[in-house]
Design a protein around this ligand. Structure first.
Ligand code: CTP
Ligand code: CA
Length: 236
């Protein structure tokens, strides 16, 4: 058992968790998407529910079995597909929320236009380029707008190390840039993160300072994150 879980330390609180990966349609049959399974976000929703919270899960293209299990556990699920739909659903729910956790993998860009009939290949003429436009940064907007006074906003940052820096260095820069109260940074790629059973996160504050580290099953990581969040919530 995880400390705090039985204590119902989120009783009386309302939380919103986004999970999954947004899909940006090109035509009726094709989309641009990503590899997020949504399992870490779903684990956050279940963990919050078990600790007594009212939970809304904004579910971007989640597997039906995950949606059914969440509903069975008393989580309100709002299914969405695109980033614009996710933004609307998160903001609607966030108006009454003490905490918003953006665990979804949100597409940074979407096709500039969606055609309503299937795109055909024209033999010999090669593929047409796909023009993209930038999506709104839902997390940055939540930090800017604070849709409920005193609301805590939590982000996730999936990082790979590269020539410009380590996972943690990229995470610290992202934490400062985003300004979320907490940013849970995890390493992805090479079998880690997306789709994996376990996760390994470093929780940073808005200054980029490490406030916690958590490793284990996605449920254990979820409970560790709620443990940090409950310490920051104003008392009721
Ligand atoms: N996010 C968001 N809206 C976007 C893009 C990201 O709300 N349009 C949120 C994600 O849900 C996550 C956090 O921002 O909580 C970080 O997402 P990430 O993709 O790691 O960061 P970006 O700022 O998009 O930077 P990059 O993709 O260049 O690493
Ligand atoms: Ca991104």
């Amino acid at each position: 058992a995880v400390a705090g879980e039985e204590a119902g330390d989120l009783a009386g609180r309302t939380v919103v968790v986004s999970a999954g990966g947004t899909r940006e349609p090109l035509d009726p049959v094709r989309f641009i998407g990503n590899r997020s399974s949504g399992r870490q976000g779903v684990a956050l929703a279940h963990a919050a529910r078990a600790r007594g919270a009212r939970v809304t899960l904004v579910a971007a293209n989640l597997d039906e079995t995950l949606v059914a299990a969440a509903r069975g556990a008393g989580v309100e699920v709002e299914p969405v597909e695109t980033t614009m739909q996710l933004r609307d659903a998160v903001r609607r729910a966030a108006g009454g929320a003490d905490v918003v956790v953006m665990a979804a993998a949100v597409a940074d860009f979407r096709p500039a236009s969606v055609v309503d009939a299937k795109i055909k290949k024209v033999p010999g003429s090669g593929p047409a380029p796909i023009a993209l436009v930038e999506n709104p940064d839902v997390l940055a907007e939540l930090v800017r707008d604070r849709l409920r006074p005193g609301q805590l906003v939590v982000g996730f940052g999936a990082e790979t190390g590269d020539a410009h820096g380590s996972v943690l260095e990229h995470g610290k820069a992202k934490a400062r840039r985003k300004g979320a109260d907490l940013l849970a940074v995890n390493a992805v790629g090479g079998g880690r993160g997306f789709g994996a059973e376990t996760n390994d996160v470093t929780v940073l504050d808005a200054q980029g300072d490490v406030v916690a580290e958590a490793a284990g099953t996605k449920r254990e990581v979820a409970d560790a994150i709620w443990g940090v969040v409950t310490k920051l919530l104003p008392s009721m």
